[in-house]
Design a binder for this molecule. Structure first.
Ligand code: HEM
Ligand SMILES: [Cu+2]
Length: 694
């Protein structure tokens, strides 16, 4: 190959972009850790490829999963992505804690640049590729079931959202093996992400990963909102929807309005970096504050995007396991709406210290504190729901209880931060880091794990192991307090966040405690894996095919576990909020339809995977300045969309006879199952048919 051809093909790739080459040339702890992480990714990917090949599962994977437009499968795939990314971000968190614990008065294990990459990837992954896919997956799985629909409004758009998320996650993983990541934090603030400060590939990886993720979330928001508006079954008025469907609707609206500012921010930043624009530079008329405003116009609603679904989850869990109707449904709906609206009015509290007038700060400070009110309403409602209920301390309920206590604590420190004079003192310290983990771990993460445990039997037809679930829950709770309470102390004492090395020896005990806490948190994740393994092995004994293991209220519990592809053989017709719960009391919850009918479902489609792969290629090529590949990738996306628009034959029929066969099998199982009392729901006696207490 002639010399000029190589740069044209490979862009700015050089051999030392590979961490293995860097570690070979300069084998210190920092480079070895980086190369080890890269090796882990390569080995993991190879292992998966070999495993699938050995099991002969490629075709199955492609036809049953990757090209599927079934909202349930798409939901599960979202959650698989989230769990993989959670594992990575947790390892990084542990590495950061280890670094700060050993780097007291010395440089420690990882170089400052590397530490900056660690908090940038950890934060970006946890928000965009852990919390977001996890909750989008749950919403995808549950909302159509809860509102009595057979599918979402736009199944193909749904799959495209999944694949764009996967593309973004791929671009987050790539710099472990080739290149480096951004050092600009999860918020990607200029000037740290501008070309003048960082001309490398790192910020570009961040830009394209986040852009793909934000587009995916916008699409998801549109799809969820339209599904809820248009696809509810007969009789399902908005005020009859389960609370999780309500919080999903509010989250979807937030996604529609909050993600575009982020997409715009990253796009403008890309123009700055690629075409020498000056939107956010200090020179030539640019201003970094434009970025700060755009980013937090997304960023604050984002914290409610990730918390509202969790509020919905807790509402379902608390009511189910308190054996009581949710207290104050209307006020919960109004509070959710109020939070959603207010969340757009407070973004400035993320930069109280960046130069605006004290009166403006005061306005935003007061608005911020106002959000505490609807949130407080919710806590009261959950407490009143438990009051005099027959509370069962199952794993999801334990998460809910831990959440209520921990979240209130974090809310209180939030009020401190909302007060500008106090924020001046603790902003940019570990106090803030403690505060937002206090909210995100107890709110979002516990909620996601509660949902995982609560609805797993619905999705897979067998229950998860309770003992390991409780062990895991205990680790997440104890670990949280150990890891993050010390950070409040350190932050109040003045220790800055994002610090790779520490000069103050008095911090040592607190940093050690935080390190132990991070390890305990990681054990929580390991316990989840053990739980999955143990539950898989015992699955013959824990089947709940009849579909209603917890004496549930909403429609998702009224069908088989796992649900058939079409969800409902006959669309339910509801006349009140707890239609299924009430039907169980009145005696005929499982009446078969008078006549079975053919059901139309969307055909599988390769469009989404093609778009996903092409946009991964385009993003990767933009990072490395391989212009030919970038153009090819974008053209492939456009061509795929155009081609698809000519497709006419996009549906297939499930014949009535097949529906009847599946429903009969299930109804027979229901007839055979022994109704079990609530006290025995975590024993093998539970076949998914609840004993009815009038
Ligand atoms: C569960 C165990 C977790 C541990 C031990 C942990 C630890 C850490 C540490 C050590 C930092 C860097 C702090 C610094 O700036 O000095 C950090 C930052 C951060 N974490 Fe976590 N974290 C955890 C979970 C989460 C979760 C669940 C989320 C979100 C859903 C999250 C979101 C973030 C964000 C957004 C940052 C800021 C990154 C930045 O500075 O740009 N973390 N975390
Ligand atoms: Cu905020």
């Amino acid at each position: 190959m002639s010399a000029p051809l190589l740069p044209a093909l490979l862009g700015r790739f050089r051999w030392d972009a590979l961490p293995f080459v860097r570690a070979w040339e300069n084998p210190n702890a920092n480079e070895l850790i980086a190369a080890g992480a890269g090796a882990l990714v390569v080995a993991g990917a190879l292992f998966m490829v070999v495993l699938i090949t050995r099991l002969g599962r490629w075709r199955w994977l492609w036809t049953e999963w990757l090209t599927s437009l079934d909202h349930k499968k798409i939901g599960i795939m979202y959650i698989v992505i989230a769990l993989v990314m959670l594992a990575r971000a947790l390892i990084e968190a542990n590495l950061m804690r280890l670094q700060q614990a050993v780097a007291i008065g010395n440089p420690g294990l990882v170089a400052p640049e590397h530490f900056a990459e660690l908090f940038s990837t950890h934060g970006s992954i946890m928000i965009f590729f852990m919390a977001m896919p996890f909750l989008t997956g749950l919403i995808n799985y549950l909302v159509p079931l809860q509102i009595g629909a057979r599918d979402v409004a736009y199944p193909l758009l749904n799959a495209i959202g999944l694949w764009l998320t996967a593309a973004g996650a791929g671009l987050m993983m790539a710099p472990l093996v080739i290149g480096r990541f951004s050092t600009g934090g999860w918020s990607g603030y200029p000037p740290f992400t501008e070309i003048g400060f960082n001309p490398g590939v790192g910020p570009d990886y961040w830009i394209w990963a986040i852009t793909l993720g934000s587009i995916a979330s916008t699409l998801a928001g549109i799809n969820i909102a339209v599904t809820i508006y248009k696809m509810r079954c007969p009789g399902m008025t908005l005020m009859r929807m389960p609370l999780f469907a309500w919080t999903s609707l509010c989250t979807a609206i937030l996604m529609i309005f909050a993600m575009p500012p982020l997409t715009v921010a990253t796009a403008l930043l890309a123009l700055d970096r690629y075409l020498d624009f000056h939107f956010f530079t200090n020179a030539l008329g640019g201003n970094m504050m434009h970025y700060a405003n755009l980013f937090w116009m997304f960023g604050h609603p984002e914290v409610y995007i990730v918390i509202l679904p969790a509020f919905g989850i807790y509402s379902e869990v608390v009511s189910t396991f308190s054996s009581k109707e949710l207290y104050g449904y209307n006020s919960l709906v109004i509070a959710t709406m109020a939070i959603a609206v207010l969340s757009f009015t407070v973004w400035l509290h993320h930069f109280f210290t960046m130069g605006q007038s004290p009166s403006l700060n005061a306005v935003f400070g007061i608005a911020t504190m106002a959000i505490g009110v609807p949130t407080g309403v919710k806590i009261y409602n959950w407490i009143w729901t438990m009051f005099r209920g027959e509370v069962r301390f199952t794993t999801p309920m334990c998460y809910a209880l831990a959440f209520m206590m921990t979240f209130v604590l974090g809310g209180l420190t939030g009020i401190i931060l909302a007060f500008p004079p106090l924020d001046y003192i603790v902003h940019n310290t570990l106090f803030l880091v403690a505060h937002f983990h206090n909210m995100l771990i107890s709110g979002t993460l516990y909620g996601l794990l509660a949902a995982y445990t609560f609805w797993f039997p619905k999705a897979f037809g067998f229950r998860l192991d309770e003992r390991w679930g409780k062990i895991s829950c205990a680790c997440w709770v104890i670990g949280f307090y150990l890891a993050f309470m010390p950070l409040y102390v350190l932050g109040a004492a003045g220790m800055a966040r994002r610090t790779p090395a520490v000069m103050e020896t008095a911090y040592r005990p607190w940093l050690y405690a935080a390190e132990v806490g991070a390890l305990v948190l990681f054990c929580g994740f390991v316990a989840l894996l053990v739980q999955l393994w143990v539950s898989l092995r015992n699955r013959a004994a824990t089947r709940v095919f009849a579909g209603d293991p917890w004496d549930g209220r909403a429609l998702e519990w009224s069908i088989a576990a796992p649900p058939p592809e079409y969800n409902f053989a006959r669309l339910p017709q509801v006349d009140q909020r707890h239609w299924f719960f009430d039907a169980k009391r009145k005696g005929a919850p499982y009446a078969p339809p008078a006549r079975y009918e053919d059901i139309q479902m969307p055909k599988n489609s390769a469009v989404a995977p093609i778009i996903g792969i092409a946009s991964t290629a385009a993003g990767f090529a933009l990072v490395w300045h391989m212009w030919w590949l970038a153009i090819l990738g974008v053209l492939a996306v456009v061509a795929t969309v155009i081609t698809r628009s000519f497709a006419r034959d996009t549906h297939r029929l499930i014949p009535a006879s097949a529906v009847e066969r599946m429903e009969r099998t299930w109804l027979d199982a229901v007839a055979r199952a022994r109704p079990i009392p609530r006290e025995m729901e975590t024993t093998p006696a539970n076949a998914g048919l609840a004993e009815v207490h009038p």
